[in-house]
Write a protein that binds this ligand. Structure first.
Ligand code: ZN
Length: 203
């Protein structure tokens, strides 16, 4: 399975990193080895002095699809969730400056936190899901999927033009504003519509 990640999908986050607003979704892949095993602590890798959290709504693909029209996209997923796209920001900046791929900064071991899944039928409107990330009990990121530049179904449609989606693939749909640095002993938890879907301790 693969993790397909979207960058620059919330205007306020684009501003905070001083990026340009893209004409199309920014897409990158994390390998499956990036998944942080359940109940395991996250160890800040030795190659970075500035790892950031990025909380993101997740979608789990349930069947194979290619060139999916956005209006049929709901037929390709039953579950939504919440996770973290950990990013070695210092390394990413170096790579971006040189025009090189980001994979080392985003695809390293443990860089993908995947929380509990919930049936999408639990929610009235997937385009207005409220979610937040708490760090040591304080809210550091808070947003709604209503603020996305490209909605869940648009993203599924767009990425399926390039990658065949397979059962079990997960889409990270981009982070809102408020990203920040982690340090040892931080404790992060992710909440979707009032329900905690993951927690992770930083080492
Ligand atoms: Zn991200």
């Amino acid at each position: 399975m693969k993790l397909i990640c979207i960058g620059r999908n919330y205007t306020e986050h684009i501003k905070e990193l001083e990026n340009e607003k893209p004409d199309n979704p920014v897409v990158f892949i994390k390998p499956d080895s990036a998944i942080l095993p359940k109940e395991q602590d996250f160890y800040i890798p030795e190659f970075s002095k500035e790892v950031h959290y990025e909380v993101e709504v997740l979608v789990k693909i349930k069947k194979v699809g290619k060139h999916i029209d956005a209006k049929f996209a709901p037929g390709y997923y039953d579950e939504v969730g919440l996770g973290i796209d950990f990013t070695a920001r210092d390394l990413q900046q170096k790579l971006k400056d040189k025009g090189l791929p980001w994979e080392k900064a985003k695809g390293f071991d443990g860089a993908a936190v995947i929380g509990e899944w919930l049936p999408k039928s639990n929610f009235q409107d997937l385009n207005n899901l409220h979610f937040s990330l708490q760090k040591n009990g304080e809210i550091v990121q808070e947003a709604s999927t209503a603020q996305m530049l490209w909605k869940l179904d648009d993203l599924i449609s767009y990425v399926s033009r390039f990658f065949t989606l397979k059962k079990g693939d997960i889409i990270f749909t981009g982070t809102p504003a408020g990203v920040g640095k982690i340090k040892p002993n931080d404790y992060l938890s992710g909440i979707l519509e009032g329900k905690e879907l993951f927690s992770v301790k930083i080492k």
